[in-house]
Write a protein that binds this ligand. Structure first.
Ligand code: NAP
Length: 333
């Protein structure tokens, strides 16, 4: 099938992908953004910020901005400079070939279409693991969060619960004591998975208490969180914990299934990039945002790394002698 060969395809449309789109579009590279499709937790693609209510720490917004509005603005900004968007999910890639190839179903017919580009920017993000409760969908952004750095500030003087027993849970719990009246860590076993130093810090924090061998059966509340229904796994006893904030911190999973066997990954599946750069093990393939960052996980750091990936891609295209101006030409695959 005859296809368009492009300079750049961007896979993923969170802050990293959209920033890469703005920069590559402004560099006259006419990027195609395969932005994903609506999911069970969001009606639109756009990454984790589509699941957020107010974002108060993205620079430039004195009074804060709603997550979906921020993503919508970034998308429109990229379109203004000529980025094209495909509302569908990439299903297969061949990043070792020249040109690189990406397959995705046509948004209206479902027919699998092959797209080709000289360079590919991967910004497929990561997702927080959730408990699998129906209430999570209803209450995310309304007292339920997966990011203390992002949302802790909204919980001044609240009674807060953190679910999980790893380093993330204890880090979130410690951080949340700056704001909350109390923080209860709910762990499904009687032994923490977290490192010794994080455990000591949490045990020594007077605002933190622990509920052991306990699972969350439901999150109570209509428009906002009002409490948790708990069950002790050893005794079977059920109880209600009155909290108005819940942070689920049971781990994250990078969205990298598509790249297994092609792109280098660490032991947790995050893409490996060269330090201070967005380059991957494959020439002409760049990675940015949470798909390669398990440390900072912020919209602003994702956006910054999207900018890096765009500049790296632009320079790489120059280095291989790509001509001036956007490349969108027919290519017989
Ligand atoms: P993690 O180490 O995988 O811990 C996940 C925790 O959530 C575990 O305690 C697990 O319980 C619990 N959990 C998992 N699924 C659950 C479920 N369905 N219901 C209830 N509980 C559930 O994940 P993480 O804490 O996000 O850490 C990921 C990696 O990042 C680790 O290597 C960690 O050391 C690192 N990290 C480091 C720092 C730091 O050094 N400052 C901070 C954050 C993360 P079980 O223990 O029973 O399995």
């Amino acid at each position: 099938m005859s296809q368009e060969l492009r300079d750049v395809i961007i896979i993923g449309s969170g802050p990293a992908g959209l920033t890469a789109a703005i920069y590559t579009a402004r560099a006259n590279l006419a990027p195609l953004v395969i932005e994903g499709s609506p999911s069970s937790t969001s009606d639109q693609p756009g990454g984790q910020l589509m699941l957020t209510t107010e974002v108060e720490n993205f620079p430039g917004f004195i009074d804060g901005v709603m997550g979906p509005e921020l993503m919508g603005n970034m998308r429109s900004q990229a379109q203004r400079f000529g980025a094209e968007f495909l509302t569908t999910k990439a299903t297969r890639v061949d990043l070792e070939s020249t040109p690189k190839r990406v397959w995705a179903p046509d948004p209206s017919t479902g027919e699998e279409i092959e797209y080709a580009a000289r360079a590919v920017i991967v910004s497929t993000g990561a997702r927080s693991l959730m408990l699998g409760l129906e209430a999570e969908r209803r209450l995310l952004g309304h007292g339920l969060s997966t990011c203390a750095t992002c949302d802790g500030f909204f919980f001044r003087s609240h009674h807060i619960a953190v679910v999980g027993g790893g380093d993330s849970a204890l880090e979130e719990a410690n951080f949340l004591t700056k704001f909350g009246e109390s923080v209860t860590v709910i762990h499904r076993r009687s032994e923490l998975r977290a490192s010794k130093i994080m455990q000591d810090r949490a045990f020594n924090n007077p605002k933190i208490s622990f509920l052991w061998d306990t699972v969350v059966e439901d999150i109570v509340g209509d428009g906002k969180v009002e409490g948790l229904d708990l069950r002790n796994t050893k005794t079977g006893e059920t109880s209600r914990l009155d909290v108005t904030g819940v942070f689920v911190a049971i781990g994250h999973v990078p969205n990298t299934d598509l790249f297994v066997g092609q792109l280098d990954m660490d032991e947790n599946g995050y893409l490996v990039t060269t330090p201070n750069s967005s380059t991957t093990n494959l020439d002409g393939v760049f990675a940015c945002g949470d798909v390669q960052d398990h440390v900072y996980r912020q919209a602003i750091t994702a956006a910054g790394s999207g900018c890096m990936a765009a500049i790296d891609a632009e320079r790489w295209l120059e280095s291989i002698g790509a001509e001036d101006g956007p490349l969108v030409e027919n290519w017989a695959g």
